[in-house]
Each structure stands twice: as C-alpha cells, then as structure tokens.
Design a protein around this ligand. Structure first.
Ligand SMILES: Cc1cc2nc3c(=O)[nH]c(=O)nc-3n(C[C@H](O)[C@H](O)[C@H](O)COP(=O)(O)OP(=O)(O)OC[C@H]3O[C@@H](n4cnc5c(N)ncnc54)[C@H](O)[C@@H]3O)c2cc1C
Length: 373
C-alpha cells in the first residue's frame, strides 16, 4: 500500500510531489511536463505580478482567493529563487523563465520523484483496503489519490478527460467543459474579418462584464490574439463588443475617409465595405453614413464558436468547487484530492493558470500529508 498516487505528471502533479516525497506519479506520456515545455513560447509564463481571484473564471471566486493566498505569486517566486531560477517580467507583469521552460521542469524534477511513465490511468475505485488505481501497467493501491490530470486542451501532447471521468464515478458534478483562451469563429455578417488574415491591431473587447485592451489578430478561421483569447474565457453565447478606436478623430471634410483614420488601410476599406459606406470624402457622407462610421468605436457582434479544444490553451469548467474542501479534498470521497486545470477554475492569459496549478497543488499536498502522517 502506497501513501499517495498522483495522476498526471504535469504542472500540478509535479509541484505536489515536491511536498510528498513518498508519492508515485502515474503519467501516460513518455516524458513528464510536456505542456510546461511548450508553454509561453518555450519560456513558460510561470506567474503574474497581479495574481488575484479577479483574473479567474470560476463559480466560487472566494474559494479561489483562499487557495491562491496559501501559495501566492510572491511565495512561488521565492521558491523558484531558492532553487536558482529568477523569472523575468517580459510584458505586462508576466513572469517568464529567464531562458527556457526547461529551467522550471528541472526544478520540478530535482527531488527525483517516482514517476511511472507510459502508464495510462483508466479508473479509480475505493475499496476497504484503500484506493485502487487501474492502469495499463496494472493496479496501484494507495491511501490517498491526487487527480492532477489537467483538461481537454492539446490532446496531441497528452490531454485526456480521465480526471473528469474519475470525479464523475465518485459522484462529483462537472461544470460544462469548454475550450478557453482560444480564437473565435465568426458568423457570415463578419466574414469580412477573414479577408484581413494576418493583420494585428490594438482593440478593446467587452465581454461578460470584463474589458480587455490588447491586440486582436485576424485569422483565416476568425479572430485571435491576446484580446480575443482573454475574451473567450468569459464568452458564453451572444454578443461581444469590439472598439477599433476609442473615439472617432476629427475628420477633414475634404479628405477621403481611409486616409484619415489611424488604422490599417486594408482594415478600413474592408470595414467600410461591410457597413455599406463608400470610401469617399468625409464631406460627401450623409448623416446616416456618419452614424454608421461610429461602429468603429462600438462594434457588437455574436461569434459563431471557438477554434476548439485542439487550439485552446485551457479548458473552462471542470470539477465543481462546491464539492471540494480547502485542502482540495473531495467532500464526497475522503482521501481523493484534486489540483490544477481539472477543477472549475480557469485563469486569464498571463501566467495565471500555472499559478493556479501550483497554488492548488500546494494546498492539496499539505492536506494529503496531514492525512497520511
Ligand atoms: C500551448 C499552451 C501554452 C500554455 N502557456 C501557458 C503559460 O505560458 N502560462 C500559463 O499560466 N499557462 C499556460 N498554459 C496553460 C497551462 O499549461 C495549464 O493550465 C497547466 O499545465 C495545467 O496544469 P495541470 O497540472 O492541471 O495539467 P497538465 O499540465 O496538462 O498535466 C496533466 C498531466 O496529466 C497527464 N495525463 C492525462 N491523462 C492521463 C491518463 N489517463 N493517465 C496518465 N496521465 C494522464 C498528461 O499527460 C499531463 O502530463 C498553456 C497551455 C498550452 C496548451
């Protein structure tokens, strides 16, 4: 009988193992930490200067706040510094590994955790002896189990729905799963966006009571870029509002519209066509046409959908927080713990998701330790 089995050798599972030296990690990939490796453009955006529950989508922000507080961004940076890694801010309060995400992976593996690689977890059951974890490499018996198997995004590097399946088998509620931090597809009224593939520009996006000011990238499939990725986290269905300009500049009546707007010319021409206004001298515009130009500052539209899980950085939704205590332990199956993306907590772009993986893993590891000691 083992003290602890950790399902998943990603960010949360590896971090928890630092505080649980007797744990065995079961990982189906041939190598651990595949997502960390490719994250942040290979430099891993580990955390953010502005970590707070406000930057997370979840059904219980006060729960998220309590867990983040146990191991916040300051504690994470101190921990990494002690191990010889001092992340640097590259943009907007986002901390990245100085050289490569391997620096973080090396730290997570420095205690030499026991990892069974190529070991696919299939199910978990609770017996009188303890938890039995069924895998393609046989059964593992343990007093406690941590589910740190992540979400559905990026199947090509190992993502699976096993965490949700196990949670469901113990009676847990799964808040509906959706791709998030992902590009959005458009309906036919916005097909003109597709003609602009490759153009990037600064916009404001309003969605679900949140406002993001960042870059939008027009793509063949729809729209992407940081402003849209963040918007996707809060978009359910219905309209989002784009502002391509904060307000219309003073326009000379003698000059052509597209020569006067501080926006890419290709964009202005496509925009004018979409609203049925000819690119002519401003003085020749009717009052009604001038009104239509104001859509540049307030352009509401309903996206069609998202680019899907394969392109999404994260999975929104997951194991409901209402059935988890502040040690990350299941209220339905004592001894079963959860950490990371498998839970109904999803951060915005900017290092918030790794911070959640580490904070929740820390809380779970402390809770598990108390149970097995
Ligand atoms: C391309 C990309 C870039 C990203 N960049 C950033 C970034 O810079 N900053 C940031 O904060 N977040 C980033 N994220 C999000 C971040 O990677 C995740 O939120 C985080 O890794 C979640 O940690 P986790 O431990 O819960 O899950 P994961 O890190 O996904 O780990 C889960 C592990 O479980 C294993 N597993 C799954 N199913 C099974 C099974 N049946 N049996 C055994 N093992 C299994 C998986 O192989 C995986 O190793 C990025 C995501 C992607 C896809």
């Amino acid at each position: 009988m083992r003290d602890t089995i950790i399902i998943g050798g990603g960010a949360a599972g590896l971090f928890a193992s630092i505080y649980l030296p007797n744990a065995t990690i079961l990982e189906h990939n041939p190598k651990p930490a595949q997502k960390i490796k490719i994250s942040g453009g290979g430099k891993c955006n580990v955390t953010n200067k502005a970590v707070s529950a406000d930057h997370y989508h979840s059904s219980d922000p006060s729960f998220v706040h309590k867990i983040l507080e146990k191991f916040d961004n300051r504690k994470l940076l101190e921990f990494l510094a002690k191990k010889g890694c001092r992340p640097v801010i590259r943009k907007k309060g986002q901390y990245f590994c100085p050289h490569s995400s391997s620096e973080l992976i090396d730290i997570l593996l420095s205690n030499r955790p026991q990892i069974e690689l190529g070991c696919e977890v299939e199910s978990v059951e609770k017996t009188n002896q303890g938890f039995v974890v069924h895998t393609t490499k046989g059964n593992f018996l343990a007093k406690t189990v941590l589910i740190a198997s992540g979400g559905l995004s990026y199947k090509k590097i190992g993502a699976s729905g096993i965490g949700y399946e196990i949670a469901k088998s113990f009676g847990h509620t799964i808040i509906p799963l959706r791709p998030a931090l992902v590009g959005l597809t458009v309906q036919k009224e916005q097909f003109w966006f597709k003609e602009l593939a490759g153009i990037s520009m600064r916009v404001k996006v309003e969605v679900g009571g949140k406002l993001f000011e960042d870059d939008i990238l027009f793509a063949h499939k729809g729209i992407s870029g940081p402003a849209i990725l963040n918007a996707s986290l809060y978009w359910e269905r219905g309209a989002i509002i784009l502002s391509f300009l904060p307000k219309l500049p003073k326009l000379s009546p003698h000059k052509i519209i597209s020569t006067q707007l501080p926006l890419p010319k290709r964009f202005v021409k496509a925009f004018l066509k979409s609203i049925g206004v000819e690119d002519k001298k401003v003085g020749e515009l009717s009052q009604e046409e001038k009104k239509r130009l104001e859509l540049l500052c307030h352009y509401p539209f309903a996206p069609a959908g998202t680019f899907g899980f394969e392109r999404a950085e994260v999975t929104k939704g997951g194991v409901s927080l209402s059935e988890i205590d502040e040690n990350m332990q299941s209220r339905l199956a004592p001894g079963l713990f959860f950490a990371g993306e498998v839970l109904d907590v999803t951060g915005e772009l900017g290092g918030y998701n790794f911070q959640w993986a580490f904070s929740s893993a820390y809380a779970a590891a402390k809770g598990m330790k108390r149970l097995v000691e």
